[in-house]
Design a protein around this ligand. Structure first.
Ligand SMILES: NC(=O)c1ccc[n+]([C@@H]2O[C@H](COP(=O)([O-])OP(=O)(O)OC[C@H]3O[C@@H](n4cnc5c(N)ncnc54)[C@H](O)[C@@H]3O)[C@@H](O)[C@H]2O)c1
Ligand SMILES: [Zn+2]
Ligand SMILES: [Zn+2]
Length: 398
């Protein structure tokens, strides 16, 4: 029997590398003859994992983490027609059936058939259908023909694998944030959050032709990382308000579009920058976005948060100044990114050198055994996107 190892959530602040079952083409009683088994080439730590590892969700201990997966197909189920053994593929973090009403409308982030509890599923995530995570050596991916993106050429893919590894989530997610905020040629954009999603969003804004991309955060290293590829920055620990700092850069306290790449663990601004204030980003974006603009909101908001700052926040009820957004006719787009809508185009942009996404997010390769320290460093705000190398193949090309 083949062996497997994976990164398990072991209670607030703890992860552990454990021996786990080698995947089967099934999830419990549910047969997955439409699935494949992947030998994982790259699998990343995400801010979404951090919500669980910080104890900010109802994730059970023992949950195997990991929804950002790139791998080689080593076994294909009976019903898989087009994906073949030997293909190197990117796995969208959303699991989607390709057959339900939402999938048919390309809303693959809210597939109706892959999670009995609610629309939308992911690998290795609380309340997301119980699919085993991919911070591991091997993983099973269902509905393979529909979900997986095959890289055209193995050697070409391995030469850019750190960039391609970001197609499973943060590059499409950042891009979706930018697209839904209406970013286009000449836009002035504010991106809240300089974590990997914020940086991927900022790089996407450049790819879409934005004139000015301003990244806001409290972490100096993350702001420096944003400046390294041509962004302007706003330091939210400063006394000067966000409006004043934006006016300093663009001559007025307004932007065309704004993207929330922070979510429910947002901190306040200025004197409150060490304090959690979950509505801060949404209210700031409505304040600084011009009337008629749009807000992309990939930052995650939850329906249950045991660590919420008050009884409302514990159930995702936040003090959002919706009247302000309404008065300015703002558009809002929330929810999981439907990765499949974007991953092929973004793959082509990577393969043809139109974007340096791994460099923008400072992709950093570590071993699976480094998981505990990788999670700790990421939690402390390292300006890095950690990529696990479970079979030691990225080290060879890095
Ligand atoms: N919608 C999706 O499909 C999707 C996919 C992936 C991640 N996400 C979400 O995107 C968010 C960002 O992910 P990440 O991996 O970059 O996480 P991260 O935790 O590394 O980054 C968040 C950053 O926001 C900063 N921040 C806190 N308060 C702020 C404020 N008021 N203004 C500006 N910055 C502030 C933090 O200092 C941190 O650098 C998370 O909420 C994550 O769950 C959503
Ligand atoms: Zn992710
Ligand atoms: Zn579906």
């Amino acid at each position: 029997m083949a062996s497997n190892r994976g990164v398990a959530y072991m209670g607030s602040g703890n992860v552990e590398v454990q021996s786990i079952d080698y995947p089967k083409l099934a999830l419990g009683d549910r047969k997955c003859d439409h699935g494949v088994i992947l030998k994982i080439v790259a699998t990343n730590i995400c801010g979404r994992d951090q919500h669980m590892v910080r104890g900010r969700t109802t994730a059970p201990t023992g949950l195997i983490l990991g929804h950002e997966i790139t791998g080689e197909v080593i076994e294909a189920g009976r019903d898989v027609e087009f994906i073949k053994v030997g293909d190197i593929v990117s796995v969208p973090f959303n699991i989607a059936c390709g057959r339900c009403r939402n999938c048919k409308e390309r809303k693959t982030g809210i597939c109706e058939s892959v999670n009995p509890a609610r629309p939308g599923a992911a690998y290795g995530y609380v309340d997301m259908g119980g699919w085993v995570g991919g911070q591991a050596e091997y993983v099973m991916c269902p509905y393979a023909d529909f979900n997986l993106l095959k890289f055209p050429d193995r050697d070409q893919a391995m030469a850019k694998i750190q960039d391609l590894a970001l197609l499973s989530d943060i590059f499409p997610t950042g891009y979706h944030g930018a697209v839904t905020a209406g970013v286009t040629t000449g836009s002035v954009v504010y991106v809240a959050g300089g974590g990997p999603v914020g940086l991927a969003c900022a790089a996407s804004c450049h790819l879409l032709g934005a004139a000015v991309v301003i990244v806001g955060d409290m972490i100096a290293d993350r702001l420096a990382q944003a400046r390294s590829f041509g962004c302007e920055t706003v330091d939210l620990t400063q006394g000067a308000s966000i409006e004043e700092q934006i006016a300093e850069i663009v001559g007025e306290p307004l932007v065309d579009c704004a993207v929330d790449c922070v979510g429910f663990e947002a901190r306040g601004h200025g004197a409150d920058s060490a304090v959690e204030q979950p509505a801060t980003v949404l209210n700031a974006l409505m304040t600084i976005t011009r009337a008629g603009g749009a807000l992309g909101i990939p930052g995650l908001y939850v329906t249950e948060d045991p660590g919420g700052v008050d009884d409302n926040a514990k159930f995702g009820r936040l003090s959002i100044r919706i009247g302000l957004g309404w008065a300015k006719s703002h558009e809002f787009t929330t929810g999981q990114c439907p990765v499949m809508k974007y991953h092929r185009q973004l793959m082509m942009a990577i393969l043809h050198d139109k974007v340096q996404i791994a460099k923008a997010v400072n992709a950093t390769v570590i071993t699976l055994d480094d998981a505990p320290s990788g999670y700790k460093d990421f939690d402390k705000g390292a300006a890095k996107k950690f990529i696990f190398d479970p079979h030691g193949v990225l080290g060879a090309v890095a």
